[in-house]
Design a binder for this molecule. Sequence first.
Ligand code: 3PY
Length: 251
Amino acid sequence: MRKNIVAGNWKMNTTVQEGVALAKEIDAALAGVTTKCDVIIATPFTHLVSVVNAIDTKRIGVGAENCADKTEGAFTGEVSAKMVASTGAQYVILGHSERRAYYHETPEILKEKVLLALANGLTPIFCIGEVLEEREAGKHFEVVKAQVEESLFNLSAEDFGKIILAYEPVWAIGTGKTATADQAEEIHAFIRKTIADKYGKEVAENTSILYGGSCKPSNAPELFAKPDVDGGLIGGAALKADSFMGIITAF
Ligand code: 3PY
């Protein structure tokens, strides 16, 4: 059975001290409630060790927001998947549209990152999604299909089964615009079918596909009610414990 998941993507926000305080606040809030989803927070690299040590990582999974496409060596400023795993983090966001757009991460680079993440025991949260012009041209289906095929379809069924997908329409990130629940369901169902065509129905049914892009407590219940929307990858609303909890409890 696939899992419902709410994952926060903190992006380049908070100092270590602020991040630890936020993680502790979320942890304390979760201690008092029974949730119907797994909860993950993805933080800047600098925060990982401190956050892992500050919270109950059985209650909240911790992830990085990126990792290198190289194993180790002379790559100044890079952080390898092995280093991320050594902090105690269990997850890594890969392929976020901000990384693709601002840091020129190609499908080939992402393919390497996914392989290194898996080889180091990390669960990739792999982001896909179209830009506005692609949506308006009706190309969103072919765009997300290509993104999945180009970076993930080299994996064995067993390894593909370890991936969490996040559909994030780029036009809905940081814009306040959200895909309607029907738009999200339509493309999530299409992504699941794409997976089924390659790996079979069982793998597809077991893959968690999260929605991301201006997801907040007010729209989460409608989005999460859709059969192929298995939770959310949350940006701004993950930076406040009360709004993040509002989304977690939307299931
Ligand atoms: C957003 O909702 O802004 C995101 O990009 C989540 O990853």
